[in-house]
Design a protein around this ligand. Structure first.
Ligand SMILES: [Fe+2]
Length: 378
């Protein structure tokens, strides 16, 4: 979830017969490591051109590999010869673009953090036959905001699966490929009751957790049962600034999440705020009805419980939350790792409230975005 505004690429420069450097936009020169360059060789004996996959194991390259010669071929191309007698031609602009990529989900649209004052919701009219440009608009909005709302999705059984398949592969779980959300007696999950559900991420007890959730409203005759969304990334970012100690405690505590029913027992541990190797916030794991912290030293638990209280109260703060009524034919699709969701309570005696849901992996929309980017001009 790196905020990845377009950057000016560095320039690749030959500084001697045996040295290439990347001249960064700030003027710094970063030497190109010989192994870094050698393992990117696209020479026929080094890479399968059809798949783009390597034909050798780069761990077998000598650690003292060096560059023995660099020939400037013009047109921004260099031929590089290495001490293991390998030679390869490189496109400098292409390498520069790779060097410019920040770590993380680097080539996705920039994330737009949002709070409770978001009024211009990313809402679109569903069209099963939408062209590539329209689908690109949808998927870009989803990747930027972490959610989209479609209206006019046919209110027929399993329509949610068909929408899910537009964006990725539907994930089957012990709930099946599709789950019905309506109040039922003896429910095996509080989702299937009429009580209020606070902000949470779904299924933190799974490995991996479902990346994206879709919820489709087939019928809603109740006046309650508003859907709620919170941008967990925005809240965690605010917490990092306001209360760094609480933020740190939530990134360092492995919380255990568990689900069980007569035929299933799922357990996974995750910190409430997960960071990637760069220190950027990767995602949120938060389900106040399911979280159990292991017994740790009292001072660590003191820090964790204080941090959880601060974070959870921020997640419940209207300043961060949006609410909307899902009407018949509306479908909300949201990133279950970035966003938290919930609903207000409703009175089942008012009438029916029936949603159908499914999960897809986050890879689906990301891949679709990259494929559509190839074929469409923004
Ligand atoms: Fe949920």
């Amino acid at each position: 979830m790196t905020d990845n505004a377009t950057r000016e690429p560095p320039r690749l420069m030959r500084v001697s017969d045996t040295e290439l450097v990347a001249r960064m936009p700030d003027g710094a020169a970063v030497p190109i490591h010989p192994i870094w360059l050698r393992e990117r060789s696209e020479a026929p004996e080094a890479m399968d051109r059809t798949t783009g996959q390597r034909l050798h194991d780069p761990s077998d390259l000598p650690l003292d590999l060096s560059i023995t010669d660099i020939l400037d071929l013009g047109a921004d191309r260099f031929e590089v010869r290495f001490s293991d007698h390998h030679a390869a031609v490189y496109d400098a602009a292409r390498l520069a673009r790779e060097i410019a990529l920040p770590a993380g989900d680097h080539d996705l649209p920039p994330v737009r953090l949002w709070t409770g004052d978001l009024t211009d919701l990313p809402r679109f009219a569903w069209d099963a036959a939408a062209d590539a440009a329209t689908r690109r608009t949808w998927v870009e909005a989803f990747l930027e905001y972490g959610f989209v709302i479609f209206s006019g999705v046919p209110t027929t059984d399993r329509s949610v699966i068909r929408v899910g398949e537009t964006f990725g592969h539907v994930r089957h779980t012990n709930f099946g490929d599709l789950f019905d959300v309506r109040s039922v007696p003896n429910a095996n999950d509080l989702a299937y009751t009429a009580i209020e559900l606070g902000a949470h991420t779904d299924n933190p007890y799974r490995t991996p957790v479902p990346g994206v959730q879709l919820l489709h409203c087939l019928i809603n005759e109740t006046t309650g049962g508003l859907s709620t969304l919170v941008d967990g990334l925005a809240v965690a970012t605010a917490l990092r600034e306001r209360d760094p100690e609480a933020f740190a405690a939530l990134t360092e505590t492995p919380v255990r999440f568990r689900f069980q029913d007569p035929v299933t027992e799922l357990v996974a541990s995750a910190p409430p705020i997960e960071l990637d190797v760069t220190g950027a916030i990767r995602g949120i794991h938060m389900s106040p009805r399911l979280d159990y912290v292991p017994l740790m030293a009292p001072d660590r638990l003191d820090a964790y419980y204080r941090a959880r209280k601060v974070f959870d109260h921020m997640l419940r703060d209207p300043a961060f939350e949006i609410r909307f009524l899902l009407e018949d034919g509306d479908l909300v699709m949201f990133d279950n790792v970035r966003l938290l969701h919930g609903r207000t309570s409703f009175d089942p005696s008012e009438g029916l409230r029936h949603l159908q849901g499914c999960y897809i992996d986050i890879d689906g929309p990301r891949s679709l975005y990259r494929v559509l980017r190839r074929d469409t001009v923004a």
